[in-house]
Design a protein around this ligand. Sequence first.
Ligand code: GAP
Length: 448
Amino acid sequence: MAAKIVPLEDLATLVSLCKRRGFVFQSSEIYGGLGSCWDYGPLGSQYKLNVKMAWWNAMTRRDDIVGLDAAILMHPTVWKASGHIDTFTDPLVDCKDCKNRFREDHGTKDDGTVACPKCGGTNVTEARNFNLMFKTFMGAVEGDSSEIFLRPETAQGIFVNFENAQTSARKKIPFGIAQIGKSFRNEITPGNFIFRTREFEQMEMQYFVEPSTADKFFEQWKEARMNFLLNLGLEKDRLKFSEHGPDALAHYAKAAFDVEYKFPFGWEELEGIHNRGDYDLSQHQEFSGKKLEYFDEANKKKYVPYVVETAIGCDRLSLALLCNAYREEHTTLDNGKEDKRVVLGLKPELAPYKAGILPLSKKEPLQNMSRKIQDDLNQHWLVNYDESGSIGKRYRRQDEVGTPFCITVDFESVDDQKVTIRHRDTMAQDRIPAEQIKSYMSDKFMNW
Ligand code: GAP
């Protein structure tokens, strides 16, 4: 009988899988945890790296985009110039009844009144502007002169390196700079697991263009980013664009669209695509006194480029992909019992392990052959050797973490040098020569 497919219904189910299987743990858990900070475990760290590589390769394996890895700590004037010191604030409101602290816009009703999202009371304080940047001190002396910030976006590292990157890589406009790195925001209301956290990783690309072409490139990047997300396997009807109205535009933006994803807790921003105009380069020009203009040889004209930015949180994308991949397959067995198979239907490139190597017994010839297969495949991908428990349980363990293939080595394998390879999604099995495993898997990955 065909299985009944049940998608992820509540986030708690995924949080529990992530902890149990080593994807994500609460930060400093043995001390009771630290609010909205998370650690990626043995499988999660590999998974997150795969998400980053998918983005990095899509961005940088082309002629017109180069990479960068800028420092988290930057000259404090950067944040004055960028506008973050003056305007990177959230309106903070306290509920006088239940003492809950929340962002004013999170409690604003359609009629404009502000009600506490926790207790519903309207006995709340006036909003105060709260700067989201984390402060720290550089050097041994604490004081205003040594005050610096943890970056709240990776973008500024790109803007201040515009000239360095452009001249060293000898790029002509239009060209982009891509970067992956940590950002920090002292969010008032973080939450929903790794969706909104105070320490997170961003994957940003700033594309520098001649000002009159910015609208055209904005449209191109909107389309390219949507295609990237679809290619990673996110469901089309769980993705949509949402335009920022004039009131919601960030201080730097001329135009902005979010790509929203329908998480189990509702539609939320996944990625931002912004036309930042020449705001950032002009500001840095003014505050640093250094020219950040581009000279167009062909047309003999000088200008400050406009920037079309694409910005996505790696943690947020990792969460969307996990929510999207999770499914339960419910079947009624012949004996009337209910069976549940949990599968992470991740695209193979994202799966932490590309294969599980499962010897049917712990007998030495089977172990030796399995270890040899593991060593060979590890030259290309991370695979996992597992010899404990029944074969059925081992299959299920691999399904639950998204492993595309299980390779079983049985008693006959030692004689005929063939293995059984099982597909995660269909559970179909093929018997193939051990020496063909690599090419078999590569072929299937190409056409997944
Ligand atoms: N440079 C532009 C910029 O930073 P943003 O819309 O503030 O724009 C871009 O952030 C993306 O970074 C968001 O779409 C989201 O995916 C991610 N992001 C922002 N704040 C985050 C947080 N507190 N936790 C996790 N991800 C966050």
